[in-house]
Design a protein around this ligand. Sequence first.
Ligand code: SF4
Ligand code: SF4
Length: 389
Amino acid sequence: MGTSLLGLDDEELSTCVGCGLCLPHCPTYRVTGEEGLSPRGRIDAMRAVEWRGAPIDDAFVHFIDTCVQCRGCEPACPSGVPYGHLAEATMQTLAARHQVTPRWQRLAFRGLGHHRLLLLGSTLLAAAQRLGLVPRRAGLSRLPLRRGRLPAATAAEPDVWLYTGCVMDAWLRPTHRATATVIAATGATLRPTPTSGGCCGALHVHAGLAPAARRLAARTIASIPGDAPILVNSAGCGAALKDYGHLLGTAEAERFAARVLDVHEWLAARADRLPPPRRHLGPVIVQDPCHLRHVQRAEQPVRTVLGRYADVVELADDGLCCGAGGAYSVFQPELAGAVRERKVAAIEVASQRSGAALVASANPGCAMHLTAAGVDVRHPMDLVAEAIA
Ligand code: SF4
Ligand code: SF4
């Protein structure tokens, strides 16, 4: 084995036995049929660079840059290949060499860490949408011109924190209010995390911008003191916050990460305290965000909580990615669109089978990506808040 060009852990890279069991779970392989766009193909390309002296050329960059980082390959893998670590480390090397994530993308990601600027930019973008100045191919659903207030803190030292984040707060603040309503209905006190904490750095990690992600992680940790659980209603943010121990490699980051829960995990453990429905929601299709199902492995609590108020309808696609992938749908619109078509087809089948017209998704990226394709998507917390209102 030669000198490490990609900075990968040799032991992690050795784990793949080439069985191919992950291939049907990989969205980019499913839509292209190309081995190079499968987990096995990407791992082989990494090995070629790391162990066999292959160059980091355009073909290699294409294999890596087209990965949605959905991690659907991980639970399917009998050898336990930590594909997410390999992909993130490779992206980090490519970003440091300026072979991925061009300057304009880095600038956009930098804006996520400045919350007031993000809110202002988001309002201007919403206005531009109303004036027809944003092309449909940008794939954005309709952004809010007004977002209302953040939910009020109900205690200075709360039972739980409600993580507010960046894009989630700018575009989907009503979901924060709905989440606060549901948490309060269990009798718990809560406090929204300060907007000075802002972005968790999830998109930066995906884009290979690890130094920026570490800065944001350190700022987030400093902004949420104490020991109270930190509840997250965005699957992508929750996965990133839970991985801070790995990202920062400190005991403090490990302790912080241990406080993080997807809000449905916390609610499912207290389901008996949730009020009975005032209105039954009827059949609702559940779409599992990859970072909830494959990374956090926390898809069941959504069913436990939503199932008290709706008839949960399953998709028959084994949790295949919808193609949103954080900012993937913006940067790889063709592949993201092709992947989404499969998800929309699965939703149509489930809808015809059950009569369900609504889809519940616990991640803003998936919700917006599917909404842009004409699917009626709501956050489970919005639905539960309506059912108990
Ligand atoms: S992370 Fe997703 S897109 Fe990337 S190789 Fe694995 S299954 Fe395929
Ligand atoms: S990543 Fe896992 S499932 Fe895929 S080919 Fe390698 S060992 Fe098999």
